[in-house]
Design a protein. Structure first.
Ligand SMILES: [Zn+2]
Length: 129
């Protein structure tokens, strides 16, 4: 089991490999850390900031934003799990169970869409350059 929360670290050979590759590609290690696992973030030549374990992330400036990012990941996990469960239920011809999971997926998707809309609005409000 390598899915345990908070177990992602420098000692994980996969993570070390990814960090090494990022550096080899010219990415710069930042002082900021991933809000989810505390790994150092890397700035790519393209200017994008990525976490070696999560891929692309935004730099988190505030506690509030950290929560938002966490919710986003949580919703994505819920969505993924619900779709998987729904599929399993369909295979077992358990329509009731499938619908239950689909409604979970739908709710998660709806919250996510609403969040994205909110983010767009926030970006418009603080247009830079
Ligand atoms: Zn991360």
């Amino acid at each position: 089991m390598r899915e345990e929360k908070g177990e992602m670290s420098y000692r994980d050979p996969e993570i070390v490999k990814k960090m090494t590759r990022l550096v080899a590609e010219g990415a710069v290690m930042l002082a900021e850390m991933c809000p989810l696992d505390g790994l150092p973030l890397f700035k790519l030549k393209s200017g994008e900031v990525v976490c070696p374990s999560h891929g692309k992330v935004h730099i988190v400036k505030s506690e509030e934003e950290a929560v938002e990012v966490e919710v986003e990941y949580l919703l994505r996990d819920i969505l993924r799990a619900a779709v998987r469960r729904a599929k399993e239920a369909v295979e077992e011809e358990d329509a009731e169970e499938a619908l239950r999971w689909l409604s979970v997926a739908e709710a998660a998707g709806r919250i996510r869409a609403r969040q994205e809309k909110g983010e767009e609005k926030a970006r418009e409000g603080t247009k830079q350059s």
